[in-house]
Write a protein of this length. Structure first.
Length: 730
């Protein structure tokens, strides 16, 4: 290396396409080519193995058969211990403005830089083939391929975690995974062992409140927040550090499924979330997320009544507002699931200069676990050379050998320090991009203990409960009744109720009423932490807090977006063609996807003789696959559906799931027959449009344009929860 190179700053050769270009070298599609063996020999015949005679045994010398079968036999790698099921997408991240005042991370310092990213969304508990829509936290892991190396933000869609200290992670995961004797249940926390563990570990209570909320059944990965969970550090060029929490905010807003719908989807379309992500990207509806940060000065470390190092706590946005710092756009599906989504390897310790960790004991454990687990998955340290994991900037070091080594390191020198290779590759000083760990002062006794500042498990659990709307609270209670109702051991149910009682007595009583167990007031759960009072806990005792945080409620922060919503148009022969076409056009102009659903596939004839092609039949789809339903006018069509159980079920189920429903004229009869109750309908013969609780009805003389507009408004609302009150008695 010449002297002058040492003074060169790290070049910024990274742009939005850098990763795509790098991956291109490894892509292969065989188009117009002869098939070959792995050795490149052209294959003449692959349908019969080489045999001794037509009916004889296969010969050992059949190298093509042996190679093909051996490769197949070795196709699997161990699935991830947690987050086994996932879906990935490529895209880019671009900052809004330079964040150089806070962090020297180059990819955050220049608004003109688009950094390529790969994101993997996942469920946590289920195995690789499990259903997408189960109740669970979702992983939201992002790999930024920056000019200074890979930075991984490995987050979840819930901002807190179950435990304080990573040493409890194996226990937590054992408890939630299927039981060791019979491997039941799959992808479900509704089991004795999970609630046994949770009820004995009260620090989990806050996370449990989030897990029982609608956050744990997202409508789409595109409509889901992401959180870095831990407190990290930003460090700027001058060496000044700030605490930082990361948030991803979906531009489409945060929306959830209904629990009954989520369970049915798990059977009818276990790929619901990954299909939604894939289709949206294929259609050019690129998911977008804003990256926001909450920053806290080091001097304010003890300003709050919770510990910033405690991953079971949020910093309420009412105390520290979110600063949006950039946007991520996911605009390309992977070419190959295994090569990219399965083999991508994240690690919270993949940091770039300007971003650093804190002493959060959960984060500290993760810094060990992620590299370790990749060694189990890949059986080699060389996984970082796999195309999806490679940085887009150069890699120079003396790491060598191991299974599947790709890099061909040249020369005799494989050690540092050396003089034979002129001291190369050399150390990078800080101003040349060398990573320097933040010089935090650490001093203490070696103890297996926790700061007393972690000991309050309930204030923020109560804060979460208090901040929800009445509808969200109802969902949470129902979820708790479902989960605990499935627990066989009554003592476990009771112990968890004791925890819930400390969150809110009324909440505990509501859950108790559904699961046949009394709330054991005053009983203490066993706390597994060894808490020790220290300076931090004393300083925090009088710290700031809030009693209400509207920001945690999905409902209070609802974004009304119609784009990419899915509407079923339910019809049979004899529908009103003009009305369908006008409404369909208006919906599609608003970015809504429509599908014609009928008893059978094929063509349906309108009352005026025009034909429409059916997209899905009642056996290939269901109301749970749509956000809304539209039943066009047309007496013959509607009468037919009034005699079809599937059509009636379609409408009543959509109504039960609080989805927007629209119909006009004679169609109103179908709603009445499908038990659409407690809403006002338009007069069937009038020119009026009535929108009530997400049910939009129009008289046969109404204007189709204003009917469609009202319907779009109802679709934008996502779900009409007020309906649940009239449907379910308390
Ligand atoms: Fe993970 N986690 N985790 N985790 N985690 C893994 O790493 C672990 C935690 C998260 O799409 C594993 O590569 C420990 C919090 C995501 O590939 C493993 C602890 C958060 C993913 C692991 C935690 C996460 C993982 C399994 C407690 C949110 C999927 C496979 C100390 C901030 C990444 C793998 C992907 C995956 C360990 C807690 C998020 C075993 C020990 C908190 C999104 O290493």
């Amino acid at each position: 290396m010449e002297e002058k190179d040492q003074n060169k700053p790290q070049p910024n050769s990274v742009d939005e396409n850098s990763k795509n270009k790098q991956l291109e070298q490894f892509r292969e599609d065989g188009k117009g080519q002869y098939m070959t063996t792995d050795q490149g020999v052209r294959v003449n015949h692959t349908d019969d193995s080489l045999k001794a005679g037509q009916r004889g045994p296969t010969l050992m010398e059949d190298f093509h058969f042996r190679e093909k079968m051996t490769h197949f036999d070795h196709e699997r790698m161990p699935e991830r211990a947690v987050h086994a099921r996932g879906a990935g997408a490529h895209g880019y991240f671009q900052p809004y403005e330079s964040m150089a005042a806070y962090t020297k991370a180059k990819f955050l310092s220049d608004p003109s830089i688009k950094t390529p990213v790969f994101v993997r969304f996942s469920t946590v508990a289920g195995s690789r083939g499990s259903a997408d829509t189960v109740r669970d936290a979702r992983g939201f892991a992002t790999k930024f391929y920056t000019q200074e190396g890979n930075y991984d933000l490995v987050g979840n869609n819930i901002p807190v975690f179950f435990i304080h200290d990573g040493i409890k992670f194996p226990d937590l995961v054992h408890a939630v995974k299927p039981d060791p004797d019979n491997e039941i249940p799959q992808a479900s926390a509704a089991q004795d062992s999970f609630w046994d563990f949770i009820s004995l570990v009260p620090e989990s209570t806050h996370m449990i409140m989030w897990l029982l909320s609608d956050r744990a059944i997202p409508r789409s990965f595109r409509m889901m927040e992401g959180f870095g969970v831990h407190t990290f550090r930003f460090v700027n060029e001058a060496g000044k550090a700030r605490f930082v929490k990361f948030h991803w905010r979906p531009v489409m807003g945060t929306h959830s499924l209904v629990w009954d719908e989520a369970q049915k989807l798990a059977g009818k379309d276990p790929d619901w979330l990954r299909r939604d992500l894939w289709d949206a990207i294929e259609q050019g509806n690129y998911p977008e997320y804003e990256l926001c940060v909450q920053m806290v000065d080091e001097a304010d470390e003890f300003k709050f009544d919770f510990d910033l190092l405690d991953a079971t706590k949020i910093i309420p946005e009412e105390l520290v507002p979110l600063k949006p710092i950039g946007k991520m756009v996911l605009n390309r599906n992977p070419d190959n699931f295994f090569a990219e989504t399965e083999q991508v390897a994240f690690h919270p310790g993949n940091l770039v200069p300007g971003i650093d960790v804190t002493n959060d004991p959960l984060l500290q454990a993760r810094l060990f676990s992620y590299l370790d687990t990749q060694l189990n998955r890949f059986n080699s340290t060389n996984f970082s050379e796999i195309p999806i994991n490679r940085p887009v900037c150069p890699v120079h070091n003396f790491q060598q050998d191991g299974f599947m080594r790709q890099t061909i390191n040249k020369g005799k020198v494989n050690y540092w320090p050396n003089s034979l290779a002129s001291g190369c590759p050399m150390m990078a000083p800080e101003n040349m991009g060398g990573y320097v760990h933040y010089a935090e002062k650490v001093d203490g006794h070696k103890i297996r203990a926790r700061s007393k500042s972690f000991e309050d498990h309930y204030s923020q659990s109560t804060l979460f409960w208090n901040s929800l709307t009445e509808d969200e609270k109802t969902h949470l209670v129902d979820a708790a009744r479902f989960e605990l109702g499935k627990v066989q051991t009554k003592a476990v149910r009771a112990r968890q109720l004791a925890n819930f009682h400390k969150v809110d007595p009324q909440f505990a009583a509501m859950v108790a009423a559904g699961i046949g167990v009394e709330v054991p007031i005053g009983e203490d759960s066993i706390s597994t932490g060894n808490y020790v009072a220290d300076e931090a806990s004393k300083k925090m005792a009088s710290g700031q807090s809030v009693k209400d945080s509207p920001a945690v409620s999905i409902d209070r922060n609802k974004k009304e977006v119609a784009k990419t919503r899915r509407v079923a148009i339910l019809l049979e022969d004899g529908f009103d063609y003009n009305e369908v076409m006008q409404v369909k056009e208006a919906l599609e102009a608003a970015g809504v996807t429509t599908e014609i659903v009928s008893k059978f596939q094929g063509k349906r004839l309108s009352s005026t003789g025009q034909e429409l092609e059916v997209d899905k039949s009642h056996v290939t789809t269901a109301s749970i696959m749509y956000d809304a339903v539209y039943i066009p006018d047309g007496e013959k069509s509607v009468r037919k559906m009034m005699g079809l159980g599937d059509a009636l079920h379609f409408v009543s189920e959509a109504f039960k799931h609080c989805k927007a429903i629209a119909t006009s004229g004679f169609g109103i009869n179908l709603l009445e027959k499908a038990f659409v109750v407690g809403v006002n309908f338009a007069d069937k013969e009038s020119g009026k449009v009535v929108s009530h609780s997400g049910v939009v009805t129009a008289g046969s003389d109404a204007d189709a344009g204003s009917f469609a507009d009202k319907f779009i408004e109802a679709i934008k609302q996502h779900r009409h929860w007020d309906r649940e009150k009239s449907m379910t008695p308390a």
